[in-house]
Design a protein around this ligand. Sequence first.
Ligand SMILES: [Zn+2]
Length: 243
Amino acid sequence: MESTFRIGRIFGIDIRAKSGALILLLIVMYLAINALYPEMLPGLSRNMYIFLGLLTTVLLYISLLTHELAHAIVARKNGIEIVGVVLMFVGAAAIIKEELKTPQAEFKMATAGPLASIFMAFVFMAIAIFIPDTLLLPKEMFVYLTVINLVLAAFNLLPGFPLDGGRILRSIFWLYTDNIDKSTRMAVRVSLFIALGLGIFGLIIAFNGNFFSGLWFVFLSNMLFGMSKQTSEMLEIKEQTKK
Ligand SMILES: [Zn+2]
């Protein structure tokens, strides 16, 4: 794949990264060391913050990869060829070589990721509850990772296309219409509403005292708008080449 480099292979699936992924990794690491832990656990040594920050970053990336690998493994089980899992500037994606052949296969592939994230949340929650709280492995770290995995599942389950929730919705439309292009168009329409809703919600929050959280929702709204628009443009190209 162009402009990506291979970083490893898990369960026979290539793990690749775009160069932008390194920027995100460094930002996450920097914030975990310098903002998250000094705020969450004040009074520790600088070395302790570095250790906890690095460990959290590794566990965050394991969480992200688990989500994408779940998509990839379920896709492969349904006979779809996998290009690999690609880490990007924002998030990651499982890249498949061909379009899914049945709505059932799409439904299974789309739900696998959020289910894996919910599973990871349970694992971290169990550790937070059952493993004794120590300075090296503080409960707060596992609670934080539980929350992040739940947020990852919830965000991806938004019915915006091509998020997992949007794909689940399309697979349901597809099951009833028996027409993938028509179903994509319906899912994109829902997606634009979701993007609009996220944007309005973000602006309301931003102008009610929570400026940066609001800005984050506006950013997500913008991203979803872009992805939905791109999907409908690609659909138009596909239809024009058919004529
Ligand atoms: Zn996903």
